[in-house]
Design a protein around this ligand. Structure first.
Ligand code: INI
Length: 160
C-alpha cells in the first residue's frame, strides 16, 4: 500500500497570497500570520507575492488570474466576512467559498480558504492571532501541504 502526503517544507515553493481589504485590521493580521508561517517553513520572500482586492467577493477572480498564470505553486485567499456588518453575509461568504472552490478545481492549483466567516468582530479577532489561533497561518500551511502533495502524487497518466 502506498501513502501520499504533503509535507510543510516551503523552500522553493512560489506562493501567492490574495487578501481582501474589507475589515482590513483583521485581514492584515491574517496576512501577517500567513507570511510569518510561510517564512518559518522555509519560503523565500522572493517567491511570495501579495495581491489586495476590495472585498472577499472579489477573491475568486484575482485568485483565478494568479493561479492561471503558471507562475505559482499555491494560492492563499484571506479575508473576513462578519455577519453583524452585512445583510448579504451569505452571498458574500458563499460567493467567496464557491468561487475559490471553482478556481482550485479548474486550475489544478491549490487555492486555500483563509476567509473568516463569523457572527461578530470579536470572533474574527479571536481567529486572527487571538485565542483561537491565526487562520491565515493555517491556510498558508494548507497551501504548502497541498502543493507538496500534488508534487508527490503520480501524474495523471501514471498509476496511483
Ligand atoms: N466583504 C468582506 O470581505 N467582508 C464583509 O464583511 C463584507 N460585508 O460586510 O459586506 C464585504 N462586503 C464587500 C464585498 O466583498 C464586495 O467587495 C462588494 O460587494 C463589491 O463586490
Amino acid at each position: 500500500m502506498r501513502t501520499y502526503e504533503g509535507d510543510f517544507d516551503a523552500r522553493d515553493l512560489r506562493v501567492a497570497v490574495v487578501v481582501s481589504r474589507f475589515n482590513e485590521t483583521i485581514s492584515k493580521r491574517l496576512l501577517d500570520g500567513a507570511i510569518d508561517s510561510l517564512l518559518r517553513h522555509g519560503a523565500s520572500e522572493d517567491n511570495l507575492s501579495v495581491t489586495w482586492v476590495p472585498g472577499a467577493y472579489e477573491l475568486p477572480l484575482a485568485a483565478d488570474r494568479v493561479a492561471s498564470s503558471g507562475t505559482v505553486d499555491a494560492v492563499v485567499c484571506l479575508g473576513a466576512v462578519i455577519r453583524g456588518e452585512t445583510a448579504h453575509f451569505e452571498y458574500v461568504a458563499g460567493g467567496a467559498a464557491s468561487g475559490i472552490a471553482e478556481v482550485t478545481l479548474r486550475t489544478g492549483v491549490p487555492v486555500t480558504f483563509g476567509v473568516l466567516t463569523t457572527e461578530s468582530s470579536e470572533q474574527a479577532e479571536d481567529r486572527a492571532g487571538g485565542k483561537m489561533g491565526n487562520k491565515g497561518a493555517e491556510a498558508a500551511l494548507a497551501a504548502v501541504e497541498m502543493a507538496n502533495l500534488l508534487a508527490a502524487l503520480p501524474k495523471p497518466d501514471q498509476p496511483i
